[in-house]
Design a protein. Structure first.
Length: 316
């Protein structure tokens, strides 16, 4: 299998850097959300270690710039700062000798909860066959099956994601109140867990304070979110934070050129988006693409990674 990625991701000046993105690693599959669990995460790491050269993102960026990247280069990243990153993913990464980078939204540490998780956990707790949200202009949703709950969740996330931050939070709290949900306060990492990752050799990257869609807030507020998120993390780990991930990360939609310039000016060395593709040395290191294959078999997983190398990279 190694020959396939080697053909299209050689070493040196023609090298490509593929960056894989994760969010959570759960103890067992979540029927509502899907996503990575322990078994699938470890399987994917086996596929990656057998077929690619896995580098810490900070090293990969330097070698991409200098034209010394090895063939089949891959880096692994996590977004947001979920507690399971430290509790579940870290021991598995250490088992395989892999250094990943964790982009942490600092405002949710130590008991916080992201808005989308409030919606997810609320939908999980809905009682009865119908969820009536007409009172807050979010419609009526059947709840009699898992598929119906998934459709309702997809609708709500889509309807709320691009609202102005204060309006979105207000609506989210109304959803929670109408469902009378009793929500967890341990989904995100503690400051001690961030330090644990750092002391284990993992990379810690900035991801703002409150994970806003940067295009939905003014430039002054965006700069504060980026700068103070960096400062908070540096205070926790007592080390520089040099890498950044744009929240949500779609170029031109979730962040724009102004935000790229802010990140550069604030002392970061590189930044990542959620655009697909693999980076060349000529690409903007402040808009590095990321991708996650979803195939279950090794052949199709690796094949999808290779196809992603040819994906045209979108930038702001």
């Amino acid at each position: 299998m190694k020959m396939l990625p080697l053909l299209f991701s050689p070493a040196g000046k023609n090298a490509r850097l593929s960056i894989v993105i994760y969010h959570r690693v759960l103890p067992k599959p979540d029927p509502l959300l899907g996503g990575s669990d322990v078994e699938s995460f470890e399987t994917e790491l086996k596929y990656l270690t057998r077929n690619f050269n896995i580098l810490p993102l900070s090293e990969a960026v330097k070698r991409l710039r200098s034209g010394t990247l090895p063939s089949r280069a891959v880096s692994i990243t996590f977004d947001d700062g979920y507690a399971d990153n430290a509790e579940i993913a870290l021991p598995i990464l250490l088992k395989y000798g892999i250094t990943a980078t964790f982009f942490v939204a600092s405002g949710f540490l130590d008991g916080g909860r992201m808005w989308n998780d409030t919606v997810i956990e609320s939908i999980r707790q809905v009682q009865g066959e119908v969820l009536d949200l007409n009172e807050i202009d979010l419609g009526t949703h059947a709840m009699t099956s898992l598929d119906e709950r998934r459709r309702a969740l997809s609708f709500l996330i889509g309807a709320l994601k691009y609202l102005p931050q204060e309006a979105r939070q207000s609506q989210v709290e109304k959803v929670r109140a109408l469902i009378s949900a009793d929500l967890p306060d341990n989904l995100m990492m503690t400051s001690d867990q961030v330090r644990q990752l750092h002391h284990a050799g993992m990379g810690i990257g900035g991801h703002t304070i409150n994970h806003p869609i940067l295009t939905s807030i003014g430039n002054a507020v965006a700069r504060t979110e980026i700068a103070e998120g960096k400062e908070i993390l540096e205070g926790i780990i007592r080390a520089p934070v040099r890498l950044f991930a744009y929240p949500n990360g779609k170029p031109g939609k979730d962040y724009q050129v102004d935000h790229v310039n802010m990140v550069r000016q604030l002392g970061f060395d590189a930044a990542v988006s959620t655009a697909w593709g693999a980076a060349r040395d000529s690409d903007d290191c402040f808009q590095l693409p990321r991708f996650t294959p979803w195939d279950k078999s090794e052949f199709f997983y690796v094949s999808r990674m290779v196809r992603n190398i040819f994906h045209k990279i979108e930038v702001a």
